[in-house]
Write a protein that binds this ligand. Structure first.
Ligand code: FCB
Length: 447
């Protein structure tokens, strides 16, 4: 095997999940309602009428799931903590039973030598805070910092890697702008305030983390970074792709790493929407030094100029190659380009915190799932990650999305991204071919 398909020693191989997508037990042991618990009950918003009420029942089956991780040889596991399990109404007195669940999970991971990476918030805001304005309300950022600070004190000694948020863009745009995700608000004017308050809460949580003195732990944030390409070399299309890059990537990278919003975005949105509600000191707080950046990378998008879309002046054109079941183009260089984009802003250690694909898996008569398409996808994207390292990226780890089939938000349970197949009737877990492939990649530290 040629050396350059091996990864640097110590490279972290992991899998990622999110609380609402796998835990189930939506109202167990004093857990409060989250915006997803509320949203999924609206008729027609989730494909197939699915909910995360039970999902993979991971809350009760975590020990079995950690066993699968260990058998796969995972070096790390990225999961998220459900805020309403810890603070059922967003703040006040913590719910000990909810905290104990994460203590048990983290202990099981550590027993198997699996490094826990905890995401503090992966979209499941307590409904009680949404009732007070959610992320449009600046106060939610302060509540988030209190919640994060509590976690650092309670779990900080056991968790070496923390991520404040997962994909603030998605939360702001799809949660509050288009309403495809919880809380399902359709208010374009909310997008920039929500984005700003998420970023502010991130910075406040970083301050709380430093104040907690956890010298062997690190903190970062996870961004979705997808490359945006113009449909043609025409200047109007090039500008359209740059605007989308601004809204989805630079609107978050630039405040985090340069302490300011991109000028072109302020001009663009200033004309159409309000500006982010920035107060003195906010940008300094947002750009506090962090320890690593997590990058979620699935595909690229291609855009043409089109002012029928008043918000962006752009229209997405169809993919130019084969796609996954999500309709996302299979474009392995998305990883190389996303990491190059990150490097324009920071020389921090980088992690691919999500990479993976949904396909329509077929369970064979013998119960096996031969998901060759997913294995190919992973092979090509892991090779791309290796190319990015050769190109100079300080990439420290690669996390597959996702450990096991789960509740894929508005797409319900039909879109399967897992290395492990889940039968949602029996909760039986079955390794797919891709799980065995990934086990071998980990064992060889490369392809
Ligand atoms: C990402 C989310 C993750 C999952 C994948 C498919 O945007 O972070 O929860 O839904 O997409």
């Amino acid at each position: 095997m040629s050396d350059d398909l091996r990864f640097p020693p110590g490279f972290l191989w992991g899998a990622a999940t999110a609380a609402y997508q796998i835990e189930g037990a939506w109202d167990a042991d004093g857990k409060g309602e989250s915006i997803w618990d509320r949203f999924v009950r609206r008729p027609g918003v989730i494909a197939g009428g699915d909910t995360g009420d039970v999902a993979c029942d991971h809350y009760h089956r975590y020990a079995e799931d950690v066993g699968h991780m260990a058998a796969m040889g995972l070096g790390a596991y990225r999961f998220s903590i459900a805020w309403p399990r810890i603070f059922p109404s967003g703040g006040g007195r913590p719910n000990q039973a909810g905290l104990d669940f994460y203590r048990r999970l983290i202990a099981a991971l550590r027993d198997h030598g699996i490094t826990p990476m905890a995401t503090i918030h992966h979209w499941d805001l307590p409904q009680a805070l949404e009732d007070r304005g959610g992320w449009v309300n600046r106060d939610t950022a302060l509540r988030f910092a209190e919640y994060a600070s509590f976690l650092f004190q309670a779990l900080g000694a056991e968790v070496p890697m923390w991520a404040t948020h997962n994909e603030p863009f998605v939360q702001a745009f799809y949660g509050y702008g288009t309403g495809e995700n919880a809380p399902g608000r359709r208010n374009p004017w909310a997008i920039l305030p929500v984005g700003h308050h998420l970023l502010l809460s991130h910075g406040l949580a970083v301050d709380a983390f430093r104040a907690a003195h956890l010298p062997s732990a690190q903190i970062g944030i996870v961004l979705m970074i997808w490359p945006h390409h113009p449909a043609s070399p025409r200047p109007a299309d090039v500008r359209a792709a740059w605007r989308i890059d601004g809204g989805m990537n630079r609107l978050f990278l630039e405040p985090l790493f340069r302490g300011r919003y991109p000028e072109d975005m302020l001009r663009h949105f200033g004309r159409r929407l309000m500006r982010p509600p920035v107060r003195p000191d906010d940008m300094e707080i947002i750009s506090r030094k962090i320890d690593f950046l997590g990058v979620n990378s699935y595909t690229r998008l291609i855009h043409a100029a089109d002012w029928r879309d008043l918000l962006t002046g752009a229209r997405q054109v169809p993919p130019r190659g084969p796609t996954t079941a999500m309709g996302w183009e299979i474009y392995p260089d998305c990883i190389v380009e996303a990491l190059a984009k990150a490097r324009e802003y920071t020389d921090l250690p980088l992690y691919i915190t999500e990479s993976g694909a949904a396909f329509n898996d077929v369970v064979g008569p013998d119960g096996h799932i031969d998901d060759a398409a997913r294995t190919d996808y992973l092979r090509m994207h892991i090779a791309a990650a290796r190319r990015a390292i050769t190109a100079g990226a300080d990439l420290r780890g690669y996390f597959v999305w996702t450990l096991m089939d789960n509740f894929e938000w508005a797409q319900g349970c039909a879109k399967r991204f897992g290395l492990i197949h889940v039968d949602f009737t029996t909760q039986r877990r079955t390794w797919k071919g891709s799980a065995r492939f990934f086990r071998d990649v980990i064992a060889r530290n490369g392809l």
